[in-house]
Structures are given as structure tokens and as C-alpha cells.
Design a protein around this ligand. Structure first.
Ligand SMILES: [Zn+2]
Length: 728
């Protein structure tokens, strides 16, 4: 096939880049450009390999080394560290061990045991773990092998007459092997197939994908693309156009009506699917998703489930399709249908587990769906974090494309239930899950920090992010909020997965502007959070204002009002708006307000501030009663945090230094002056140490966390020990 014929894949190979690279880096490069196109392979799916001559570090001799994409990670973002390296001769000797076993074949003990054996063949102490697909590469006697999960080829592989279609599309070029769970036995089967017909360039793997090979890496890349292109062109020629999926039954809602419903629906839905584990949501609304959910055939096809094993580990065996007419039926009917659907889905999942389980199967996992399809609205995916839920949304979107293509050329079929079960509950998968480090305190949580643009709020945003939180950085200054969110994204990365419509395509943190003196603004900020993540867990408010009186000690009325609007009414409005979302979710959570040591100490010159903070202290107690038992409400009472505080601009620091007769130079930096003032304040406390932002953030975090899950209606002072501020 000529390169100019490629219309369904992106040809990205660039000799001027590739020719600068060593053979391992060329493999990495080829993998990245294959993974960059979702039509070629999905996120986390597929693997690539090269057999490369290298110098043995022990003997100094030249040896053949199999470099193959290891377990975990993703082709698009893979680095050299994601590739395992195995001595070819040692790897090939494993065939003898396999053959000596009395019982061998797919799903036998020896087959699973082989995965641990790969470690003995490691070249040059490379710590990357080999994947279960390693024998698919090592046993094929060509220098370069690509194994992809392309939509067009899976469509053939998931069709009823897949063998005939393979022949029709690829003629003698590509063979076919029926579905078999990847492992040593499948590798041997492919090797045998190639022995029978040495002219084969690749194989369609039933219900799974494509594998092909060549002795030159660029040629292998071009072969991969040309095979995928060939399948895609064949499918294009058979596309059903408007008759796809049996035609349209429902009409999509416009964006505004859709968002209106999603904003009401998502927290409710999140609460329902999060009864075992909390989930983060992703909304996917593309033309092809809408065409599917609105179609006549959607209920039938959804029931068949996804077919590529790589897909359904995240999408589950099938999605929940909710039969609701967006034009004629009400929101209440949607909720009713959804609740019934969820109950039926869970019962179905339990029945599937019971019917397919084996004596040594792991216990049943969360029976809730991770993909929910609603006519008019689109697809809602759930995952343990944003990245996972984006991958889940991506996978089902790809499954839709596979079904469209398969139904155009034949009839779509799913993987047999038992086979699906044996993948989902594979002991090797279970072992992988067990090896994962335990989830962090705020994993699966959405934490809104109001005031995150600077000072305590910014420090708190960083603190909760370290505990795995999805952080909504909100601030009066949208620019400052976005800057903090960007810092977090830079540290933690956006993760893998390429789905998510609009705000829902976000990473682990977003920055939003909000003025907490206005209810409408708060409401619209929360709506954005719901669209981005599906709901809200903890809220921490650090926003506050200190308006000093003038030289005569006078505070103008409007400044008095502003102080109360921000320090008292603001937190109340936030709590009142959040209450609606929390109630819809029905999940336990927490709210933290920031008050002040000044709330309990009367002193000259801060009348408005001190009384507003005293009111905030009592607001904590009132809200704790109002919002129980769903939400714990506590207060953090800082004192004199000078470090990085927007409440201590240079002018205020200088006037304080002057007031306390502390010597300083005008040329000193603001932070240096703040340090001097902080040192002075520290001497007035019992602990004699400056009070830092980190000290405050730690308590904001603790109060929100499960570590203080039995504490509500309390104020914790973080003031270094001011005996006059002791609470009574
Ligand atoms: Zn695969």
C-alpha cells in the first residue's frame, strides 16, 4: 500500500528523528507514534518489541536481546524504562521447561508460572517487569513485532464470521487465530501458524487485535499501518451511514439542556455507584457516542458488552444502558429508571460471578457499572481517579466504534462470558492488584479549597494533593487559582487516557474563580466542579479578609459589611450551596472553615475582623448540627502566619516592625521582613517557633481526613500556643 493511501491512520515516522536514535530508542520512538493514534491502539493497549544485538556486561560478547514493552504504562507515553529486556537464548530455553510440564496449554498452572520465569532471563538487571504478552513477541522469529488493538481490526476480530472476513480483507497476507487468553501457549500457537505458512506477515487475533512482524523496524511500522488502513477502507465501503445501529430512536439534547441535567444527575449518580468504592466521573459526549446511545440497537449491543479484553477490565463486562426518552420523559423518570437499572445491573453482575467463578477465584469485586449510557446525554464513566475514568470513557468510545464497524460488515459478538470472567478474575490480575501500593487518604476524593490562590489555601491545596486528592483550586483571583492548579498538574501529571468532553477532560486539579459573597457565583463554581469530576467531597475554606481601621481607629461601614460578607456570610453560602450536592450524593464528607485566634481574644484595632471570626467560630458549631450526620464541620484557628500571607503585604509588615521597634533595612526583601516579624511573634507563643503555612495546611488536611472522622463542631488552634486564646 502506498503511503498516500493512508486515510484512516496517521503516518508519523520521521527518518530525521529515527536515524539519530540507538536501536532501543528507535523502538521507543516507534511505540510512541503508534500509541499517539487511538485508531491504531488504545491507551495502555498493545505492545511492541525489537530483538537487538547488544554487548553482554558479563562476558563482553555480543548477544541477542529481546526488548519488549513491559507490564503497565502506555505506548503513547512510554519511555525506555517501560521496556523489559530479556536474553533471547535464555528466553527461548523456557520452551523446554514449558514442554516438560505434564499438564500444559491455555490457563494451566504452568502457563501462569511462566510469567515469573521471565525474570530469570533479564538482561542487564533491567527492573521493568515483563508482561503476559512477552511470548507473543519472543516466539515469533522476526526482529520486530507490533501487537496493536486497532478499531478496524478488532471490528473484524469481534465479528461472527471473523475468519472469513480476515481472508476477504487480507487475502494470503495475514492469517487468523481464534480467541485465546494471552500467554505462552498462544505464543507457541502463533509460532506454529507461521511455521506452516512462512509467508504470513501477521495474524488477526480473534476477539482481540492484530499482530504483525518484519525484520526492519520502519518496515514493521509501515506494515502495521497498512494492515489497519486496509481493514478500515474495507469497513468504510460497507458503512451503513444513517442506518448505523438500526437508525436513531432518540434525539440528543442541546449543550445547555444537557449540562442542566448532568449537573443535577451526576452527584446523585456518583452516590449510587460509590456505595462500595468512591468514584470520579468523566462525561464523554461525541458525535459517535450520541449516535450510539440514541440508536435503536443500543440496548441490544450494550448488553453484548465490550469485546477486547483490554477494554472490559475497565469498562466491566458490559455498560448500564438507561432507556429514557430525553424529549418526552421527565428528570424524575430518568432517576427512577436509573435506580431500577442499577439494581438489576448489580444483581446481574453477582449472577455472572456465581455462574463463572472457579474454586480459587478472588472474591467478587464491586458490582457497580463503570460505564453508563443515557440517550440524549451521552456516556458517563467512573474510575478510581480522573485518569482511570478518562481511560474508561475512552475504552467504551472505542468499543462503540468497533461495534459500528463490526455491525457494518457482519454481526458483532462479545467474548464468551466464561472467557471474560477468566480474564477479569485471572489470578495474575489479582496479584497485580495486590502488588499496587495502598490508596492514599484522599484518593477517589474531590477536595475544593477556596482561597487556594495564595497563603494557607495554596499550601493546603498542595497538602491534600499529596494525599491523592483531586483538587479544585478556587479563589477570588481566577488567575491565582489556575496558577496553583497548574503547579499541581505539573507535579502529578494529567495521567493517561484521552477522553472527557469540555471540563470533564481535565487532570487531577482545576482552577476556578469564585467570589464567596455571591451565591450565584458559588453555585456556578460548584456546577463546574460537578461537570469536571462528577461530585464534591471535602471543602476547605481559607479565604478571609482583614481590613485594618484608619489611624483614628475608624472602620467605614462598607468595610465592616465586607468583612462580615467574606468571613461569615461567605462560608455560610458555600455550605448552603454545597449541601444540595452533598445531599444528592449521600456520601460522608467534611467542611473546614478557617477562623482565627482573634475570635477569642479581644484587642485594640481589629474590631470587625475579630467579631467576624467569633461569628465564624459559632458558624462551625451551627453548621456541624445542620449538616450532621453527612458532613463533619470543623474550624482551623490560625494566628499570625506571616510567611507568604496575602494578609501581610509589605506595608503592613513594615508598620508592624516599626510598631515593635524591630530594626530592618528598606532594601530587605518582603519575605525577609516577614521572617523578622514571624520571629518576633514566635517569642510571644508558648512553643517559641514561627507558625508556618505548612503547620496550618497540616491541620486543614487532618480535619478533613478520616483520621479525625469522629470530630465535628470543633475548632483547632494553630497559633504556637497563645494562652490568651485558649478555648473555654
Ligand atoms: Zn492485546
Amino acid at each position: 500500500m502506498d503511503l498516500s493511501d493512508f486515510r484512516h491512520v496517521k503516518y508519523l515516522w520521521d527518518d530525521s528523528i529515527a536515524d539519530q536514535l540507538d536501536p532501543v530508542e528507535r523502538l521507543r520512538y516507534g511505540s510512541n507514534i503508534l500509541g499517539a493514534d487511538q485508531r491504531i491502539t488504545n491507551t495502555g493497549g498493545g505492545n511492541t518489541s525489537s530483538k537487538i544485538k547488544m554487548t553482554d556486561p558479563l562476558s563482553g560478547e555480543e548477544v541477542d536481546v529481546l526488548w519488549v514493552k513491559g507490564s503497565g504504562g502506555d505506548l503513547r507515553t512510554a519511555t525506555r524504562a517501560n521496556f523489559a529486556s530479556l536474553y533471547m537464548d535464555k528466553f527461548l530455553s523456557l520452551e523446554n521447561i514449558y514442554n516438560e510440564a505434564e499438564v500444559k496449554g491455555v490457563k494451566t498452572e504452568i502457563e501462569d508460572a511462566m510469567v515469573d520465569m521471565y525474570r530469570y532471563t533479564t538482561f542487564n538487571l533491567n527492573p521493568a517487569a515483563s508482561s503476559i504478552d512477552t511470548p507473543l513477541h519472543g516466539l515469533i522469529p522476526f526482529r520486530h513485532v507490533d501487537h496493536m488493538h486497532p478499531i478496524s481490526v478488532i471490528a473484524i476480530a469481534a465479528s461472527k464470521d471473523q475468519e472469513r472476513l480476515t481472508q476477504e480483507v487480507f487475502e494470503e497476507e495475514v492469517g487468523w487465530v481464534p480467541w485465546q487468553r494471552p500467554g505462552f501457549d498462544l505464543g507457541l500457537g502463533m509460532k506454529e501458524k507461521l511455521k506452516q505458512d512462512p509467508s504470513l506477515k501477521g495474524l488477526v487475533m480473534g476477539q482481540h487485535g492484530l499482530i504483525n512482524w518484519a525484520d526492519d523496524d520502519k518496515a514493521c511500522y509501515e506494515l502495521t499501518l497498512s494492515l489497519i488502513e486496509k481493514a478500515a477502507q474495507y469497513i468504510e465501503g460497507h458503512d451503513k451511514g444513517d442506518h448505523t445501529f438500526g437508525g436513531q430512536k432518540y434525539v440528543a439534547l442541546d449543550e445547555e439542556s444537557r449540562n442542566e441535567i448532568l449537573i443535577r444527575l451526576l452527584p446523585k449518580l456518583r452516590g449510587q455507584v460509590s456505595q462500595v468504592n468512591r468514584f470520579i466521573g468523566t462525561v464523554q459526549v461525541t458525535e459517535s457516542v450520541l449516535q450510539f446511545v440514541n440508536s435503536v440497537d443500543a440496548p441490544r449491543l450494550a448488553e453484548i458488552g465490550t469485546s477486547c479484553p483490554d477494554h472490559f477490565l475497565r469498562t466491566k463486562i458490559k455498560p448500564l444502558y438507561v432507556d429514557w426518552d430525553p424529549q418526552k420523559e421527565s428528570y424524575e423518570t430518568l432517576i427512577e429508571t436509573l435506580e431500577k437499572g442499577l439494581a438489576a445491573y448489580r444483581a446481574d453482575y453477582a449472577a455472572y460471578y456465581e455462574a463463572c467463578k472457579r474454586p480459587n477465584s478472588p472474591a467478587m469485586r464491586d458490582p457497580n457499572p463503570t460505564v453508563i449510557l443515557i440517550p440524549g446525554l451521552g456516556l458517563i464513566a467512573w474510575g478510581k481517579n480522573k485518569s482511570e475514568s478518562r481511560v474508561t470513557a475512552e475504552f467504551y468510545s472505542l468499543a462503540i466504534d468497533v461495534m459500528r464497524a463490526s455491525e457494518a460488515i457482519s454481526e458483532y459478538q462479545g467474548l464468551p462470558r466464561q472467557e471474560a470472567f477468566d480474564i477479569e478474575y485471572w489470578l495474575l490480575e489479582e496479584a497485580k492488584l495486590k502488588r499496587m501500593s495502598p490508596e492514599k487518604e484522599f484518593a477517589r476524593n474531590v477536595v475544593v479549597v477556596i482561597g487556594a490562590g495564595s497563603g494557607i489555601g495554596k499550601a493546603t491545596a498542595h497538602r491534600v494533593a499529596r494525599e491523592g486528592a483531586h483538587v479544585v483550586c478556587a479563589d477570588l483571583s481566577e488567575e491565582a487559582a489556575r496558577a496553583t492548579a497548574q503547579e499541581l498538574v505539573d507535579i502529578y501529571g494529567v495521567g493517561i487516557g484521552v477522553a472527557g468532553t469540555g471540563l470533564s477532560g481535565c487532570g487531577p486539579a482545576i482552577g476556578l474563580g469564585v467570589d464567596i459573597t455571591e451565591r450565584e457565583g458559588i453555585k456556578s463554581m460548584f456546577e463546574k466542579v460537578v461537570l469536571a469530576y462528577g461530585g464534591i467531597d471535602n471543602i476547605i475554606i481559607t479565604a478571609g479578609i482583614f481590613v485594618p481601621p484608619d489611624k483614628q481607629g475608624y472602620i467605614p461601614d462598607e468595610k465592616w459589611a465586607l468583612t462580615y460578607a467574606i468571613n461569615v456570610t461567605g462560608p455560610y453560602l458555600v455550605a448552603d450551596e454545597a449541601k444540595k450536592i452533598w445531599k444528592a450524593q449521600g456520601l460522608k464528607t467534611s467542611l473546614v472553615l478557617t477562623t482565627s485566634a482573634n475570635a477569642t481574644v479581644a484587642k485594640q484595632g481589629s474590631l470587625a475582623y475579630d467579631t467576624s471570626k467569633a461569628a465564624a467560630n459559632h458558624l462551625v458549631r451551627e453548621l456541624a448540627i445542620e449538616l450532621a450526620p453527612l458532613v463533619r464541620v470543623n474550624g482551623l484557628a490560625p494566628a499570625t502566619v506571616v510567611e507568604g500571607s496575602s494578609m501581610f503585604p509589605r506595608d503592613r509588615v513594615i508598620s508592624s516592625l516599626t510598631k515593635y521597634n524591630i530594626t530592618f533595612e528598606e532594601s530587605e526583601s518582603t519575605e525577609a521582613l516577614r521572617g523578622k516579624l514571624a520571629g518576633f511573634y514566635a517569642q510571644r507563643t508558648l512553643t517559641k517557633s514561627p507558625i508556618t503555612l505548612a503547620d496550618q495546611a497540616e491541620v486543614a488536611y487532618l480535619l478533613s481526613s478520616s483520621k479525625l472522622s469522629k470530630t465535628t463542631g470543633q475548632i483547632i488552634s494553630v497559633d504556637g500556643g497563645l494562652h490568651e486564646a485558649f478555648l473555654r
